[in-house]
Design a protein around this ligand. Structure first.
Ligand code: ADP
Length: 405
Protein backbone atom coordinates (compact mmCIF):
# COMPACT_ATOMS: atom_id res chain seq x y z
CA UNK A 1 0.00 0.00 0.00
CA UNK A 2 2.34 2.80 -1.15
CA UNK A 3 -0.27 5.31 -2.30
CA UNK A 4 -1.46 8.14 -0.07
CA UNK A 5 -4.83 7.32 1.41
CA UNK A 6 -7.42 10.03 1.81
CA UNK A 7 -9.32 9.25 5.01
CA UNK A 8 -12.57 10.92 6.03
CA UNK A 9 -13.24 10.96 9.78
CA UNK A 10 -16.85 11.74 10.75
CA UNK A 11 -17.06 12.44 14.46
CA UNK A 12 -18.62 15.31 16.45
CA UNK A 13 -16.04 14.94 19.23
CA UNK A 14 -13.06 17.11 18.42
CA UNK A 15 -10.85 15.31 20.98
CA UNK A 16 -11.55 11.98 19.32
CA UNK A 17 -10.79 13.44 15.93
CA UNK A 18 -7.48 14.78 17.20
CA UNK A 19 -6.64 11.39 18.72
CA UNK A 20 -7.31 9.68 15.42
CA UNK A 21 -5.16 12.22 13.60
CA UNK A 22 -2.35 11.58 16.07
CA UNK A 23 -2.57 7.80 15.82
CA UNK A 24 -2.83 7.92 12.06
CA UNK A 25 0.38 9.91 11.88
CA UNK A 26 2.09 7.20 13.92
CA UNK A 27 1.08 4.41 11.56
CA UNK A 28 3.40 3.40 8.72
CA UNK A 29 0.58 4.33 6.30
CA UNK A 30 0.75 7.39 4.10
CA UNK A 31 -2.55 9.05 4.84
CA UNK A 32 -4.17 12.47 4.78
CA UNK A 33 -7.16 13.04 7.01
CA UNK A 34 -10.22 15.21 6.45
CA UNK A 35 -12.66 15.85 9.31
CA UNK A 36 -16.43 16.20 9.37
CA UNK A 37 -18.30 16.95 12.59
CA UNK A 38 -21.66 15.68 11.39
CA UNK A 39 -23.37 13.70 8.62
CA UNK A 40 -24.37 16.74 6.62
CA UNK A 41 -20.79 18.05 6.33
CA UNK A 42 -19.62 14.51 5.56
CA UNK A 43 -22.06 14.26 2.68
CA UNK A 44 -20.84 17.53 1.20
CA UNK A 45 -17.24 16.39 1.47
CA UNK A 46 -18.02 13.00 -0.07
CA UNK A 47 -19.69 14.71 -2.96
CA UNK A 48 -16.71 16.96 -3.67
CA UNK A 49 -13.61 14.92 -2.84
CA UNK A 50 -12.39 11.44 -3.62
CA UNK A 51 -11.83 9.40 -0.42
CA UNK A 52 -10.37 5.96 0.07
CA UNK A 53 -11.78 5.14 3.48
CA UNK A 54 -14.30 6.46 6.05
CA UNK A 55 -14.11 6.41 9.85
CA UNK A 56 -17.54 6.95 11.32
CA UNK A 57 -18.62 7.64 14.88
CA UNK A 58 -21.70 5.59 15.59
CA UNK A 59 -23.39 8.48 17.39
CA UNK A 60 -23.67 11.68 15.37
CA UNK A 61 -25.62 14.81 16.25
CA UNK A 62 -27.79 14.79 13.12
CA UNK A 63 -28.19 11.04 12.50
CA UNK A 64 -27.14 7.64 13.77
CA UNK A 65 -24.36 5.61 12.13
CA UNK A 66 -26.70 2.81 11.05
CA UNK A 67 -29.01 5.02 8.98
CA UNK A 68 -26.03 6.89 7.57
CA UNK A 69 -24.37 3.69 6.31
CA UNK A 70 -27.63 2.34 4.90
CA UNK A 71 -28.18 5.57 3.03
CA UNK A 72 -24.64 5.64 1.60
CA UNK A 73 -24.82 2.04 0.44
CA UNK A 74 -28.23 2.65 -1.08
CA UNK A 75 -26.73 5.48 -3.09
CA UNK A 76 -24.05 3.12 -4.41
CA UNK A 77 -21.16 4.30 -2.25
CA UNK A 78 -18.92 1.27 -1.69
CA UNK A 79 -16.00 2.86 0.19
CA UNK A 80 -14.71 0.95 3.22
CA UNK A 81 -16.49 2.31 6.33
CA UNK A 82 -15.01 1.58 9.77
CA UNK A 83 -17.37 2.46 12.62
CA UNK A 84 -16.35 3.54 16.12
CA UNK A 85 -18.64 1.99 18.67
CA UNK A 86 -18.87 2.48 22.42
CA UNK A 87 -18.03 -0.15 25.02
CA UNK A 88 -20.50 -3.07 25.01
CA UNK A 89 -22.11 -2.13 21.66
CA UNK A 90 -21.52 -5.59 20.07
CA UNK A 91 -25.15 -6.02 19.08
CA UNK A 92 -25.07 -2.63 17.36
CA UNK A 93 -21.82 -3.63 15.62
CA UNK A 94 -23.53 -6.69 14.16
CA UNK A 95 -26.34 -4.50 12.84
CA UNK A 96 -23.79 -2.10 11.36
CA UNK A 97 -21.93 -4.88 9.56
CA UNK A 98 -25.23 -6.15 8.15
CA UNK A 99 -26.00 -2.64 6.89
CA UNK A 100 -22.70 -2.54 5.01
CA UNK A 101 -19.97 -1.40 7.46
CA UNK A 102 -16.58 -2.89 6.63
CA UNK A 103 -15.42 -3.17 10.24
CA UNK A 104 -15.92 -1.68 13.71
CA UNK A 105 -13.73 -0.69 16.62
CA UNK A 106 -14.39 0.37 20.18
CA UNK A 107 -12.89 3.81 20.82
CA UNK A 108 -11.27 2.41 23.96
CA UNK A 109 -9.10 0.13 21.77
CA UNK A 110 -7.91 2.90 19.48
CA UNK A 111 -4.13 2.82 18.85
CA UNK A 112 -1.80 3.30 15.85
CA UNK A 113 -1.57 -0.50 15.46
CA UNK A 114 -5.30 -1.20 15.51
CA UNK A 115 -5.90 1.73 13.18
CA UNK A 116 -3.25 0.57 10.75
CA UNK A 117 -4.40 -3.06 10.65
CA UNK A 118 -8.06 -2.01 10.32
CA UNK A 119 -7.30 0.25 7.38
CA UNK A 120 -5.07 -2.34 5.69
CA UNK A 121 -7.70 -5.06 6.09
CA UNK A 122 -10.58 -2.83 4.95
CA UNK A 123 -8.59 -1.66 1.91
CA UNK A 124 -7.63 -5.21 0.95
CA UNK A 125 -11.26 -6.31 1.10
CA UNK A 126 -12.38 -3.20 -0.77
CA UNK A 127 -9.89 -3.76 -3.60
CA UNK A 128 -10.78 -7.44 -3.86
CA UNK A 129 -14.44 -6.42 -4.10
CA UNK A 130 -13.57 -3.87 -6.76
CA UNK A 131 -11.72 -6.51 -8.77
CA UNK A 132 -14.65 -8.90 -8.43
CA UNK A 133 -17.05 -6.19 -9.53
CA UNK A 134 -14.85 -5.37 -12.54
CA UNK A 135 -14.66 -9.07 -13.45
CA UNK A 136 -18.44 -9.39 -13.06
CA UNK A 137 -18.95 -6.36 -15.26
CA UNK A 138 -16.61 -7.83 -17.87
CA UNK A 139 -18.47 -11.13 -17.64
CA UNK A 140 -21.74 -9.29 -18.13
CA UNK A 141 -20.35 -7.59 -21.23
CA UNK A 142 -19.00 -10.87 -22.57
CA UNK A 143 -22.35 -12.53 -21.89
CA UNK A 144 -24.10 -9.75 -23.72
CA UNK A 145 -21.73 -10.11 -26.66
CA UNK A 146 -22.20 -13.88 -26.67
CA UNK A 147 -25.97 -13.46 -26.60
CA UNK A 148 -25.73 -11.08 -29.57
CA UNK A 149 -23.46 -13.48 -31.46
CA UNK A 150 -25.80 -16.34 -30.60
CA UNK A 151 -28.68 -14.37 -31.97
CA UNK A 152 -26.72 -13.62 -35.15
CA UNK A 153 -25.85 -17.30 -35.49
CA UNK A 154 -29.45 -18.27 -34.95
CA UNK A 155 -30.49 -15.77 -37.65
CA UNK A 156 -27.89 -17.20 -40.01
CA UNK A 157 -29.00 -20.75 -39.18
CA UNK A 158 -32.58 -19.85 -40.00
CA UNK A 159 -31.44 -18.20 -43.22
CA UNK A 160 -29.43 -21.29 -44.21
CA UNK A 161 -32.36 -23.52 -43.29
CA UNK A 162 -34.57 -21.40 -45.52
CA UNK A 163 -32.03 -21.55 -48.37
CA UNK A 164 -31.71 -25.29 -47.84
CA UNK A 165 -35.45 -25.66 -48.18
CA UNK A 166 -35.39 -23.63 -51.38
CA UNK A 167 -32.50 -25.73 -52.69
CA UNK A 168 -34.32 -28.93 -51.82
CA UNK A 169 -37.38 -27.66 -53.60
CA UNK A 170 -35.31 -26.62 -56.64
CA UNK A 171 -33.61 -30.02 -56.60
CA UNK A 172 -36.97 -31.72 -56.45
CA UNK A 173 -38.15 -29.67 -59.44
CA UNK A 174 -34.94 -30.52 -61.31
CA UNK A 175 -35.41 -34.25 -60.59
CA UNK A 176 -39.05 -34.08 -61.69
CA UNK A 177 -38.09 -32.20 -64.83
CA UNK A 178 -35.38 -34.73 -65.67
CA UNK A 179 -37.74 -37.61 -65.00
CA UNK A 180 -40.38 -36.12 -67.32
CA UNK A 181 -37.90 -35.25 -70.08
CA UNK A 182 -36.25 -38.67 -69.95
CA UNK A 183 -39.62 -40.34 -70.00
CA UNK A 184 -40.71 -38.27 -73.00
CA UNK A 185 -37.43 -39.03 -74.80
CA UNK A 186 -37.76 -42.76 -74.31
CA UNK A 187 -40.95 -43.12 -76.34
CA UNK A 188 -39.58 -41.76 -79.66
CA UNK A 189 -36.23 -43.45 -78.99
CA UNK A 190 -37.90 -46.83 -78.67
CA UNK A 191 -39.61 -46.22 -82.01
CA UNK A 192 -36.26 -45.34 -83.63
CA UNK A 193 -34.73 -48.50 -82.20
CA UNK A 194 -37.68 -50.64 -83.27
CA UNK A 195 -37.84 -49.25 -86.83
CA UNK A 196 -34.08 -49.43 -87.39
CA UNK A 197 -34.20 -53.04 -86.18
CA UNK A 198 -36.95 -53.81 -88.73
CA UNK A 199 -34.92 -52.09 -91.45
CA UNK A 200 -31.83 -54.09 -90.51
CA UNK A 201 -33.75 -57.38 -90.58
CA UNK A 202 -34.85 -56.57 -94.18
CA UNK A 203 -38.17 -58.34 -93.61
CA UNK A 204 -40.02 -55.52 -95.36
CA UNK A 205 -37.72 -55.45 -98.41
CA UNK A 206 -34.04 -55.72 -99.33
CA UNK A 207 -31.46 -52.99 -98.51
CA UNK A 208 -28.14 -52.33 -100.17
CA UNK A 209 -24.91 -52.50 -98.13
CA UNK A 210 -24.82 -48.78 -97.47
CA UNK A 211 -28.43 -48.77 -96.22
CA UNK A 212 -27.70 -51.74 -93.92
CA UNK A 213 -24.72 -49.87 -92.50
CA UNK A 214 -26.84 -46.75 -91.92
CA UNK A 215 -29.63 -48.73 -90.25
CA UNK A 216 -27.02 -50.37 -88.04
CA UNK A 217 -25.60 -46.99 -87.16
CA UNK A 218 -29.05 -45.61 -86.28
CA UNK A 219 -29.67 -48.62 -84.08
CA UNK A 220 -26.31 -48.45 -82.25
CA UNK A 221 -26.52 -44.71 -81.61
CA UNK A 222 -30.16 -44.97 -80.62
CA UNK A 223 -29.25 -47.72 -78.14
CA UNK A 224 -26.51 -45.59 -76.52
CA UNK A 225 -28.89 -42.65 -76.36
CA UNK A 226 -31.50 -44.82 -74.68
CA UNK A 227 -28.87 -46.02 -72.21
CA UNK A 228 -27.96 -42.43 -71.38
CA UNK A 229 -31.61 -41.39 -70.98
CA UNK A 230 -32.23 -44.39 -68.74
CA UNK A 231 -29.23 -43.48 -66.58
CA UNK A 232 -30.43 -39.88 -66.20
CA UNK A 233 -33.91 -41.11 -65.34
CA UNK A 234 -32.53 -43.55 -62.77
CA UNK A 235 -30.28 -40.95 -61.16
CA UNK A 236 -33.05 -38.37 -60.88
CA UNK A 237 -35.45 -40.98 -59.48
CA UNK A 238 -32.84 -42.03 -56.91
CA UNK A 239 -32.05 -38.42 -55.99
CA UNK A 240 -35.69 -37.61 -55.38
CA UNK A 241 -36.09 -40.75 -53.23
CA UNK A 242 -38.65 -42.18 -55.59
CA UNK A 243 -36.86 -45.33 -56.58
CA UNK A 244 -38.31 -48.44 -54.94
CA UNK A 245 -36.96 -51.96 -55.09
CA UNK A 246 -39.41 -54.71 -55.89
CA UNK A 247 -37.83 -57.90 -54.55
CA UNK A 248 -38.75 -61.50 -55.28
CA UNK A 249 -36.98 -64.87 -55.22
CA UNK A 250 -34.75 -65.83 -58.17
CA UNK A 251 -31.57 -67.77 -58.89
CA UNK A 252 -28.53 -65.53 -59.10
CA UNK A 253 -26.64 -68.22 -61.13
CA UNK A 254 -29.25 -67.98 -63.86
CA UNK A 255 -29.07 -64.19 -63.75
CA UNK A 256 -25.31 -64.22 -64.24
CA UNK A 257 -25.55 -66.56 -67.24
CA UNK A 258 -28.22 -64.29 -68.71
CA UNK A 259 -26.03 -61.18 -68.26
CA UNK A 260 -23.00 -62.92 -69.77
CA UNK A 261 -24.85 -64.04 -72.86
CA UNK A 262 -26.38 -60.57 -73.33
CA UNK A 263 -22.94 -58.97 -73.11
CA UNK A 264 -21.21 -61.48 -75.30
CA UNK A 265 -21.38 -59.18 -78.33
CA UNK A 266 -19.36 -56.53 -76.46
CA UNK A 267 -16.61 -59.00 -75.51
CA UNK A 268 -16.45 -60.55 -78.96
CA UNK A 269 -15.26 -57.25 -80.45
CA UNK A 270 -12.08 -57.37 -78.32
CA UNK A 271 -9.30 -59.79 -77.46
CA UNK A 272 -10.91 -60.63 -74.17
CA UNK A 273 -11.69 -63.79 -72.24
CA UNK A 274 -14.59 -63.54 -69.85
CA UNK A 275 -15.19 -66.18 -67.21
CA UNK A 276 -17.65 -66.64 -64.37
CA UNK A 277 -17.09 -68.61 -61.19
CA UNK A 278 -20.21 -68.95 -59.08
CA UNK A 279 -19.29 -70.69 -55.82
CA UNK A 280 -22.81 -71.10 -54.56
CA UNK A 281 -24.61 -74.32 -53.68
CA UNK A 282 -27.89 -72.53 -53.47
CA UNK A 283 -28.19 -69.57 -55.85
CA UNK A 284 -31.60 -68.40 -54.70
CA UNK A 285 -31.73 -64.82 -53.43
CA UNK A 286 -34.51 -62.41 -52.55
CA UNK A 287 -33.81 -59.13 -54.30
CA UNK A 288 -34.90 -56.85 -57.15
CA UNK A 289 -33.78 -58.96 -60.14
CA UNK A 290 -33.84 -56.08 -62.62
CA UNK A 291 -31.79 -53.80 -60.40
CA UNK A 292 -29.22 -56.48 -59.55
CA UNK A 293 -28.92 -57.15 -63.27
CA UNK A 294 -28.36 -53.43 -63.81
CA UNK A 295 -25.53 -53.49 -61.24
CA UNK A 296 -23.89 -56.45 -62.97
CA UNK A 297 -24.24 -54.90 -66.42
CA UNK A 298 -22.78 -51.57 -65.20
CA UNK A 299 -19.73 -53.27 -63.67
CA UNK A 300 -19.21 -55.68 -66.54
CA UNK A 301 -19.67 -53.11 -69.28
CA UNK A 302 -17.10 -50.85 -67.54
CA UNK A 303 -14.71 -53.80 -67.22
CA UNK A 304 -15.10 -54.54 -70.93
CA UNK A 305 -14.98 -50.88 -71.93
CA UNK A 306 -11.76 -50.18 -70.04
CA UNK A 307 -9.95 -53.42 -70.90
CA UNK A 308 -8.50 -54.00 -74.37
CA UNK A 309 -6.98 -57.39 -73.79
CA UNK A 310 -6.68 -59.94 -71.03
CA UNK A 311 -9.43 -61.35 -68.86
CA UNK A 312 -12.55 -60.33 -67.09
CA UNK A 313 -13.57 -62.48 -64.14
CA UNK A 314 -16.83 -62.49 -62.36
CA UNK A 315 -16.85 -64.43 -59.10
CA UNK A 316 -19.70 -64.98 -56.67
CA UNK A 317 -19.10 -66.28 -53.15
CA UNK A 318 -21.19 -66.94 -50.11
CA UNK A 319 -20.25 -64.88 -47.07
CA UNK A 320 -21.05 -65.19 -43.41
CA UNK A 321 -24.31 -63.70 -42.07
CA UNK A 322 -26.24 -64.87 -45.06
CA UNK A 323 -24.76 -62.48 -47.57
CA UNK A 324 -23.13 -62.68 -50.99
CA UNK A 325 -20.08 -61.17 -52.55
CA UNK A 326 -19.94 -60.45 -56.27
CA UNK A 327 -16.54 -59.51 -57.59
CA UNK A 328 -15.91 -58.15 -61.09
CA UNK A 329 -12.23 -58.04 -61.93
CA UNK A 330 -10.46 -56.91 -65.10
CA UNK A 331 -6.95 -56.53 -66.46
CA UNK A 332 -7.66 -53.13 -67.99
CA UNK A 333 -6.27 -49.61 -67.74
CA UNK A 334 -6.89 -49.30 -63.98
CA UNK A 335 -7.82 -46.21 -61.97
CA UNK A 336 -5.38 -43.84 -60.26
CA UNK A 337 -5.43 -43.71 -56.45
CA UNK A 338 -6.56 -40.07 -56.34
CA UNK A 339 -9.60 -40.90 -58.49
CA UNK A 340 -10.72 -43.88 -56.43
CA UNK A 341 -12.20 -41.87 -53.56
CA UNK A 342 -14.67 -40.03 -55.81
CA UNK A 343 -15.34 -42.75 -58.35
CA UNK A 344 -18.87 -43.43 -57.01
CA UNK A 345 -19.96 -39.80 -57.23
CA UNK A 346 -22.24 -38.80 -60.12
CA UNK A 347 -20.63 -37.52 -63.33
CA UNK A 348 -17.14 -38.64 -62.27
CA UNK A 349 -15.01 -39.76 -65.16
CA UNK A 350 -11.29 -40.26 -64.93
CA UNK A 351 -10.83 -39.00 -68.48
CA UNK A 352 -12.76 -35.71 -68.70
CA UNK A 353 -11.26 -34.59 -72.02
CA UNK A 354 -13.49 -33.94 -75.03
CA UNK A 355 -11.48 -36.33 -77.15
CA UNK A 356 -11.71 -39.10 -74.61
CA UNK A 357 -11.55 -42.61 -75.93
CA UNK A 358 -14.40 -44.18 -73.96
CA UNK A 359 -18.00 -43.05 -74.18
CA UNK A 360 -20.16 -42.76 -71.07
CA UNK A 361 -22.02 -40.38 -68.76
CA UNK A 362 -20.21 -40.96 -65.49
CA UNK A 363 -23.49 -42.05 -63.92
CA UNK A 364 -23.14 -45.85 -64.02
CA UNK A 365 -21.08 -46.24 -60.82
CA UNK A 366 -23.11 -43.60 -58.93
CA UNK A 367 -26.32 -45.49 -59.78
CA UNK A 368 -24.64 -48.79 -58.90
CA UNK A 369 -23.50 -47.39 -55.56
CA UNK A 370 -26.99 -46.09 -54.74
CA UNK A 371 -28.65 -49.36 -55.73
CA UNK A 372 -26.22 -51.40 -53.63
CA UNK A 373 -26.91 -49.10 -50.64
CA UNK A 374 -30.64 -49.55 -51.13
CA UNK A 375 -30.02 -53.30 -50.97
CA UNK A 376 -28.35 -52.75 -47.57
CA UNK A 377 -25.00 -53.65 -49.04
CA UNK A 378 -21.82 -51.87 -50.00
CA UNK A 379 -19.44 -51.68 -52.90
CA UNK A 380 -15.66 -51.26 -52.80
CA UNK A 381 -13.02 -50.86 -55.45
CA UNK A 382 -9.32 -51.56 -55.66
CA UNK A 383 -7.27 -50.78 -58.71
CA UNK A 384 -3.81 -50.24 -60.07
CA UNK A 385 -2.93 -48.21 -63.15
CA UNK A 386 -2.03 -50.52 -66.02
CA UNK A 387 -2.86 -53.64 -63.99
CA UNK A 388 -6.64 -53.61 -63.76
CA UNK A 389 -9.53 -52.99 -61.38
CA UNK A 390 -11.59 -55.04 -59.02
CA UNK A 391 -15.11 -54.05 -57.88
CA UNK A 392 -16.60 -55.95 -54.92
CA UNK A 393 -20.29 -55.85 -54.08
CA UNK A 394 -21.56 -57.32 -50.81
CA UNK A 395 -25.30 -57.70 -50.38
CA UNK A 396 -27.56 -59.73 -48.11
CA UNK A 397 -29.11 -62.79 -49.72
CA UNK A 398 -32.47 -61.49 -48.67
CA UNK A 399 -33.14 -57.76 -48.67
CA UNK A 400 -35.89 -56.18 -46.61
CA UNK A 401 -38.75 -54.46 -48.41
CA UNK A 402 -39.92 -51.99 -49.53
CA UNK A 403 -36.78 -49.85 -49.62
CA UNK A 404 -36.05 -46.35 -50.76
CA UNK A 405 -32.64 -44.79 -50.81
P1 ADP B 1 -19.07 -44.10 -67.38
O1 ADP B 1 -20.39 -43.98 -68.02
O2 ADP B 1 -18.16 -42.96 -67.70
O3 ADP B 1 -18.45 -45.43 -67.54
P2 ADP B 1 -19.18 -44.84 -64.63
O4 ADP B 1 -19.83 -44.14 -63.47
O5 ADP B 1 -19.61 -46.23 -64.90
O6 ADP B 1 -19.40 -43.89 -65.85
O7 ADP B 1 -17.64 -44.81 -64.41
C1 ADP B 1 -17.03 -43.61 -64.00
C2 ADP B 1 -15.57 -43.61 -64.40
O8 ADP B 1 -14.84 -44.57 -63.62
C3 ADP B 1 -15.30 -44.04 -65.81
O9 ADP B 1 -15.45 -42.96 -66.71
C4 ADP B 1 -13.88 -44.51 -65.75
O10 ADP B 1 -13.02 -43.42 -65.77
C5 ADP B 1 -13.80 -45.12 -64.34
N1 ADP B 1 -14.00 -46.61 -64.35
C6 ADP B 1 -15.10 -47.28 -64.03
N2 ADP B 1 -14.91 -48.62 -64.11
C7 ADP B 1 -13.63 -48.78 -64.54
C8 ADP B 1 -12.82 -49.92 -64.84
N3 ADP B 1 -13.28 -51.18 -64.73
N4 ADP B 1 -11.55 -49.70 -65.25
C9 ADP B 1 -11.07 -48.45 -65.37
N5 ADP B 1 -11.79 -47.33 -65.11
C10 ADP B 1 -13.04 -47.49 -64.70
Amino acid sequence: MNETLNVLVIDDDVTDRMAIRRYLAKTPLQATMTEAENAQVARQLLASEPFNCIFLDFRLPDTDGLSFIKQLRLEGNRLPIIVFTGQGDEQTAVELMKAGASDYLSKSRLSPDTLSSLIRHAMTVYRAEQRTRAAQEQLKQTNLLLRQQNQELEDQRQQIEQQNLQLLEANQHKAEFLATVSHELRTPLNSILGFSQILKSQTKGPLNDYQVKMADCIHTNGASLLHLVNDILDMSTIESNRLHLTPHFFDVKVLIQEVLSEMHWMVSKKELAIQALVNLEDGVVYNDRQRLKQILINLLSNAIKFTDQGTIDIEVNSLAQNSLEICVQDTGIGIADEQLASIFQPFRQVDQSIIRKHAGTGLGLAITHSLVSMMQGWITVSSQIGQGSSFRVQIPRQISEPTTR
